[in-house]
Write a protein that binds this ligand. Structure first.
Ligand SMILES: Nc1ncnc2c1ncn2[C@@H]1O[C@H](COP(=O)(O)OP(=O)(O)OP(=O)(O)O)[C@@H](O)[C@H]1O
Length: 410
């Protein structure tokens, strides 16, 4: 006959055992994750080995992707590249790795670029896009980012277009004609990954462009979006593997500011560029300053604090971004900043694309000082002039990042 003490003792034993089992499950799950990681690395190495067909060891071949080939020497396009850099882009000299990356692309190699945000990745594919014959295709994840790039290139007189939901029928017709028949001036074409995965019409025009020898290069911006291990995985990036399969002789350039070793493997595997040349530049951004300030618990006072910060620190109306958590909050804060004499407007995913484009353009042209946005705005936005800052309001404190010409929303 069991006594209460016996029951209690068995219960305690069982609870101890359950804890043991839970510890073991935790250890096994950790082990499983490590094995998955190693499995994907090994699969990548195997693919690299198969792709080489040279009898090199897989490791040797994979390391060729970051090989010591010298891309800094003299090439036949040097003087033309210098001319475009200086006279079209207005850039006096190259930054770290830019010249080497350009040389590798011009030599027809696939390239993986890891360079800090604002480090100058765009020049690395835009310059070869101008030098090489034909049309360069650029895949970029966000409409705002694409608009920013096309706006900047157009201002430099470079025939750049985008094919997105905001493209007019007239421009769409022009782009399709340029791809299919080589008519009209089109050097750089920006699309979102959805265009590759969902538009058969676009892919068929692209194929015609390639068959006629007019697809000059394929650039994949924010390439970490390919990787499930990255912080910004986009399912549509998976479909980009078709590009190398279908257009195997066209150089692919994958660019990102953030990629761990594992994400790099993933990107190379996903984009089918195991033998790419890899360039890693320093991620140090000396132009960034962060400040954290305590924030009032009263909403109206917080807006006073933000307005005061902007007016005191940026008295020449230098532009910036204020980040808010919700769409409603963006609209409210923008209105309250306007009440305080600051030219502000809001930007979020609930607005129609034309309204978003209008706000972005005005801000780019300094007709608007502040965009109050959700994280829908910011990634890859390039605004080199004057001071620049962003403020996050959705934290218990105000986080201020100033004196940058560029920032990411994260
Ligand atoms: N060699 C250079 N010298 C001076 N300025 C440069 C140079 N290369 C690029 N820039 C400028 O640096 C700024 C940032 O460049 P860019 O937009 O290409 O950065 P990025 O690396 O593409 O950033 P993101 O991570 O958003 O893609 C731009 O204003 C660009 O004109």
């Amino acid at each position: 006959m069991e006594t209460e003490a016996d029951v209690l003792e068995e219960l305690l034993n069982i609870e101890t055992e359950i804890e043991d089992v839970q510890d073991q499950i935790k250890l096994l799950l950790e082990r499983q994750e490590k094995l998955h990681e190693r499995q994907s690395e090994l699969k990548f190495l195997l693919e690299a080995y198969k792709a080489s067909g040279t009898g090199n060891s897989a490791n040797e071949n994979a390391s060729r992707s970051s090989s010591l080939e010298d891309w800094s020497g003299s090439f036949e396009w040097d003087s033309q590249a210098d001319d475009v850099r200086l006279n079209i882009f207005g850039i006096p000299s190259y930054r770290q790795n830019q010249k080497e990356i350009i040389n590798a692309i011009m030599s027809g190699r696939d390239v993986l670029v890891i360079m800090a945000a604002g480090g100058g990745k765009s020049l690395c594919y835009q310059l070869p896009a101008i030098l090489r014959d034909g049309v360069a295709l650029v895949i970029s994840p966000l409409l705002s980012l694409i608009q920013d790039q096309v706006m900047g290139l157009t201002a430099l007189g470079i025939p750049a277009f985008m094919l997105t939901s905001t493209t007019s029928k007239e421009n769409e017709k022009f782009i399709y004609k340029a791809l299919e028949k080589g008519e009209g001036e089109l050097k750089i074409l920006y699309v979102t990954p959805e265009k590759i995965s969902k538009s058969k019409r676009f892919m068929s025009k692209l194929e015609k462009c390639h068959n006629a020898g007019r697809l000059s290069l394929i650039s994949i911006d924010e390439a970490h979006c390919c990787s499930q291990w990255g912080h910004d995985f986009r399912p549509d990036y998976k479909s980009l593997s078709i590009l190398k399969t279908q257009f195997s002789n066209v150089p692919v350039v994958a660019l990102t500011a953030t990629a761990t070793q594992k994400v790099q493997y993933d990107v190379m595997e996903m984009l089918r560029i195991p033998k790419c040349v890899k360039f890693v530049s320093t991620v140090n951004r000396p132009n960034l300053f962060y400040t954290v300030r305590s924030k009032s618990s009263v909403g109206k006072v917080v807006v006073d604090e933000i307005a005061e910060f902007i007016q005191e620190s940026y008295s020449n109306s230098e532009s910036g971004i204020v980040y808010c958590f919700s769409r409603k909050e963006c609209e409210q804060v923008a209105a309250e900043l306007r009440e305080r004499g600051i030219a502000a407007d809001y930007y979020h995913a609930d607005m129609d694309v034309n309204a978003r484009e209008k706000v972005h353009t005005w801000w780019s042209k300094n007709k608007l000082q502040v965009i109050v946005g959700t994280v829908a705005f910011g990634m890859g936005i390039n605004k080199p002039d004057g001071g620049y800052y962003y403020i996050r309001t959705n934290l218990p404190v105000l986080s201020l990042c100033s004196d940058v010409y560029f920032c990411n929303s994260r």
